[in-house]
Design a protein around this ligand. Structure first.
Ligand code: FES
Length: 92
């Protein structure tokens, strides 16, 4: 997993969420709702490797759509890693 915006390359185990990985490696990623898919503060921009993340579920999709975040965005607490991905944490 590459956090492009942080200039960090992380070796993570398959199945870990983006938020869990960020916390494990000390990368600041907001998570106002505590990771229950009720906010969008954990959003990340998927630069490469979207196919290596678990599929978007309806709750995540609806939440992203409500705040007009479509396309490459995923919620860090919902997307789990299954291969190489490159991410960017959007600045507020
Ligand atoms: S932490 Fe709130 S949706 Fe991910």
């Amino acid at each position: 997993m590459v956090f492009e915006s942080e200039n960090r390359i992380l070796e993570v185990e398959a199945g870990i969420s983006i938020l869990e990985a960020a916390e494990k490696f000390g990368i600041p990623l907001e998570h106002a709702c505590g990771g229950i898919c009720a906010c969008t503060t954990c959003r990340v921009d998927v630069v490469e490797g979207a196919e290596n993340l678990t599929p978007v579920q309806p709750t995540e999709e609806n939440l992203l759509r409500e705040v007009n975040l479509t396309g490459p965005f995923r919620l860090g607490c919902q997307a789990r890693v299954a291969g190489n991905v490159k991410l960017r944490i959007p600045r507020a």
